[in-house]
Structures are given as structure tokens and as C-alpha cells.
Design a protein around this ligand. Structure first.
Ligand SMILES: Cc1cc2nc3c(=O)[nH]c(=O)nc-3n(C[C@H](O)[C@H](O)[C@H](O)COP(=O)(O)OP(=O)(O)OC[C@H]3O[C@@H](n4cnc5c(N)ncnc54)[C@H](O)[C@@H]3O)c2cc1C
Length: 455
């Protein structure tokens, strides 16, 4: 045996599972096909700037799943908070309603819609879960007269909470679960890890290295299975064996390492149909003179860009000058702008659609920042030293649509006795990266129990 556990994939799910197991005294080998750790949450360096994939935020900060994993391995995490969250709509900026009081005061939505949405909330209160469980947000809202602004606000809420801007797809049950989680952390709904996202990866990596190794640039070609048990893994650098195996690659990729017929029909079917989300990120390295521009000080009608997140519905995007939240992501005096936008799955290979959407997002950037700078003639390109666009063919492995909620995702164990699953297409709790972190907590417990049994 080369180790107690072999983990396939060094994304959040794999690294966190390996770190938790190493922390519990199990020897681990992580096999990662790419040359860097992090998977979809990897970080890149450019001219002294540290770029995340999009804007990598932690839902519920200290009460969230990333914090739970870090605490479990003995680290006390700290998060930075956004000072303001604004909505850019029809050429104006509005504060994003933080709760019921600011919602009912918001000038963004008409009085009639506020009454309608209150009626809706009351009606939900008296419903049984079976009345709404299998409905999309749009289906759940049918029968109410709701204006376009309300629907746009709902789209914005959905993309920034459960990471699905499509009201015709997003599951109302997932929204209900988000509200329940949100009640545990109402004043700090989202945070950015102090030290940057890179820090989480480095902390997990160093914990793994205390009791194991990470093989980078090594691809798992096949899991060799006999009598419903994994015997060894064949990789591009030879074969390795262990008592247990964890696959932490997205369910859609399982076919590249396992003969699907060896898995149960449910897993086989899920891996074929699970729907991911897609998008792109725009990064701009901003020159020193950018934040010397006067902003909110000029008039009380303007908004400071410092520590501010801007959200839009058309196109679905969110952006910030992330270096005003965490200084360490940009060289001294400079600033880093990041804007992320969702793209429908069926359009992710359509170059002209994507180019159009990139131009629309750039207009949102220019126009919303202009409002932050008191409408003065403003053009972001004057401050931009470099620009980079990354297309993400997979953002979240399982979009939280009807039929892809927590109960319908991949279980952590399966019909193969010593094979377990982690990552964001499993039944981990939360959305996006939280699922991967939570899957690590749950999967590592099952693996530990199996190793104890075998002793
Ligand atoms: C632009 C963007 C923005 C995001 N923003 C947020 C956010 O703000 N908050 C949030 O919570 N989540 C966010 N997410 C989602 C989050 O990044 C993912 O949910 C999470 O990283 C998934 O981790 P994972 O370990 O499940 O999978 P992955 O990151 O996909 O890891 C799987 C790993 O397995 C490796 N692998 C695959 N096949 C093999 C093989 N055969 N052999 C060896 N290795 C293999 C891959 O190279 C990869 O490194 C974002 C994602 C993107 C792309």
C-alpha cells in the first residue's frame, strides 16, 4: 500500500478532504492532473497581482463551510467584509436591500410589487414543503403581478446567493435553504478570506504535506475495480494503491476514470445529466492614479467604490475593485478590478455571443464606476494598465436547479466499497465552493470510519 487514502483531484474538495484526513493522522496521496493546486478555485499571478478565478467569496464568512474546514485543521480564519453592495440598473445605482426593512424602503421597486411580494411570502409561510419543493422560482411566483425590476432584483439575488441567475431554472427549495442558512449570519452574509483566496489553498496544502504528498501534473487514467472494490489507480506516472480512494473530480468527468457500468445506475445517470454553470471574468490592473480620483466625498448622491460590490441583472454580473477589500492582491498603490458574468450553458461556445456580453459588461463597469465618481467624464481604460478575460467552461459543477438540489446530488459513498466522492457535484451542503468544503467534512468522516473498521 502506498498510503491509507488516494485522493483524485487537488481542487477545494480534494485538498480539503486530504487536509482533514492528514490532520487525523491518515497518510494521503493527492493526484492532480494539472501543474497547480486549486482546480476551479486556483489563483494566478500577473505582474505582481494575484488573480482568483472570478471573485471567490465565502458565503456566511465565519459561519460558512470554508471557515469550518479551516477551524477543523487548527486554523482561525478571518474574513473581510464588503462595506456596500449596490445594484446597477437602468443607468442608476441603488443599495441592494439587505433585509426586509431596506427592501420595503427601496426606491427600486414599486409599492404594488412590494405588496404582491409580501402576499407571496405570507402564502409560502402556510405551504407544505411538497407544495413548492419541485418548483422553479418563476413557477413559484406565477399568479403574482410582479414588475420587471422585481424579477431583475430576484435574478441578482439568485446569482449572488445560490449562484444561479436563471429564475426559470433556480429551485425555490434551494432559495428557502439559503434563507435558513442566512439567518445564522445575517450581518456578514459574504466574506473574502483575509490574505486572499490563495491563503486557503496554501493552508490546506501545508496540512496535506504534514502526512502525505501532492503529485502535480499526474493524471489518473483508470481506477481498477474488482469485486466492487478499487484495487489500485493507474496514472500517467505508474500505479498506486491504498485502503480507500476519494474521487474529487466533477461527476460529469467520472467516465474519464471509471467504467460507468461498474457504478450504480443512479450515479451513472447523474454523471450523464448533471448541468453545470458557465461564465467569464474580466480583470483589469489599474494604475496608481485610479483611487486618487475623488469619489463619494464630492456629493452625497455618489457612492464610494472602496469596499463596494456592484451587481447587475442585464447581463448577470458582479464586480468590485477587490484590492480595496484585500490589499495583498495588488502591488503597492495599484488596484485590481474583477468582474464576473454568468453565460448560459448553451452559449458558452458561441464566440460572438460571448464577445457581445463582454462588451455589455464593460459598459456596466464604465457606467457604474462613473456614478461612483460623481458622473464626471470617466473611462476605465484611461487607468487600465492591462486587461485579461478568462472564459470559464465550468463555474459550479451542479447548478442549483430543480432536480439538482442537495438530495439529488452525488452521495459520498457508493456501491464500490472503498470508493468515496467529494467535490461540488456531491451532497455537500451549500452552493458552489461551500459544497466542496462541506463534502470534505462529510466524506473524510466516512473514510476515517472505514479505516478504523479495517484496523
Ligand atoms: C470563475 C469562478 C468563480 C467562482 N466563484 C465562487 C465563489 O465566489 N464562491 C464559491 O463558493 N464558489 C465559487 N466558484 C465555484 C468553486 O470554485 C467550485 O465550486 C470549486 O472550486 C469546486 O471544487 P472541486 O474540488 O469540487 O472541483 P475542481 O475545482 O474542478 O477540482 C477537481 C480537480 O480534479 C482534477 N482532475 C480532474 N480529472 C483528473 C484526473 N483524471 N486525474 C487527476 N486529477 C484530475 C482537476 O484538474 C481539478 O484540479 C467559482 C468558480 C469559478 C470558475
Amino acid at each position: 500500500m502506498d498510503a491509507d487514502v488516494i485522493i483524485i483531484g487537488a481542487g477545494i474538495g480534494g485538498l480539503a478532504t486530504a487536509a482533514l484526513l492528514a490532520n487525523a493522522g491518515c497518510s494521503v496521496i493527492v493526484v492532480e492532473k494539472s501543474k497547480r493546486i486549486g482546480g476551479r478555485a486556483a489563483c494566478f499571478e500577473k505582474d505582481g497581482f494575484v488573480l482568483d478565478n472570478g471573485i471567490h467569496l465565502s458565503r456566511f464568512a465565519l459561519k460558512g463551510k470554508c471557515a469550518e474546514v479551516l477551524r477543523e485543521i487548527g486554523i482561525t480564519p478571518k474574513f473581510s467584509k464588503f462595506k456596500k453592495i449596490l445594484v446597477f440598473q437602468n443607468g442608476k445605482l441603488f443599495p441592494f436591500p439587505k433585509g426586509p426593512i431596506s427592501y420595503f424602503r427601496s426606491p427600486f421597486i414599486s409599492k404594488n410589487t412590494k405588496i404582491q411580494s409580501l402576499r407571496y411570502l405570507f402564502s409560502v409561510w402556510f405551504k407544505k414543503p411538497s407544495d413548492y419543493e419541485n418548483k422553479s422560482v418563476l413557477e413559484a411566483l406565477s399568479g403574482y403581478e410582479l414588475e420587471e425590476n422585481f424579477l431583475d432584483l430576484t435574478r441578482i439575488f439568485l446569482s449572488s446567493s445560490i449562484a444561479c441567475p436563471y429564475i426559470e431554472k433556480a429551485s425555490i427549495e434551494e432559495v428557502r435553504r439559503f434563507f435558513l442558512h442566512g439567518m445564522k449570519s445575517p450581518f456578514f452574509p459574504v466574506g473574502y478570506l483575509k490574505g486572499g483566496w490563495k491563503k486557503a489553498l496554501v493552508l490546506l496544502q501545508s496540512k496535506v504535506l504534514e502526512n502525505g504528498k501532492i503529485l502535480l501534473g499526474v493524471k489518473v487514467k483508470r481506477l481498477v475495480i474488482e469485486n466492487e472494490t478499487v484495487k489500485f489507480v493507474e496514472t500517467t506516472k505508474g500505479s498506486f494503491s491504498a485502503k480507500c480512494y476519494v474521487s474529487s473530480i466533477p461527476a460529469q468527468d467520472l467516465k474519464s476514470i471509471i467504467e460507468l457500468n461498474k457504478l450504480s445506475p443512479e450515479i451513472k445517470n447523474y454523471s450523464k445529466i448533471v448541468e453545470k454553470s458557465c461564465g467569464f471574468s474580466i480583470y483589469m490592473g489599474l494604475s496608481k492614479k485610479f483611487l486618487s480620483l475623488p469619489s463619494s466625498v464630492i456629493s452625497k448622491n455618489t457612492h464610494s467604490i472602496n469596499g463596494t460590490m456592484i451587481l447587475s441583472a442585464n447581463p448577470p454580473s458582479m464586480g468590485t475593485i477587490i484590492s480595496t477589500i484585500e490589499k495583498r492582491v495588488a502591488p503597492k498603490g495599484k488596484n485590481l478590478l474583477v468582474w464576473f458574468s454568468f453565460v448560459p450553458l448553451e452559449k458558452i461556445n458561441d464566440k460572438s455571443f460571448i464577445n457581445n456580453q463582454i462588451n455589455e459588461v464593460k459598459l456596466v463597469i464604465d457606467n457604474s464606476l462613473r456614478l461612483c465618481f460623481n458622473n464626471q467624464k470617466f473611462n476605465i481604460s484611461e487607468f487600465c494598465e492591462w486587461e485579461k478575460v478568462i472564459i470559464h467552461k465550468m463555474v459550479d459543477g451542479a447548478i442549483p436547479k430543480v432536480g439538482q438540489g442537495i438530495k439529488e446530488r452525488l452521495d459520498f459513498k457508493c456501491n464500490i466499497k472503498n470508493l468515496f466522492f467529494a467535490g461540488d457535484t456531491t451532497r455537500g451542503d451549500g452552493w458552489g465552493g461551500d459544497i466542496a468544503f462541506d463534502s470534505a467534512l462529510k466524506c473524510s468522516k466516512l473514510v476515517k470510519a472505514m479505516l478504523r473498521k479495517g484496523k
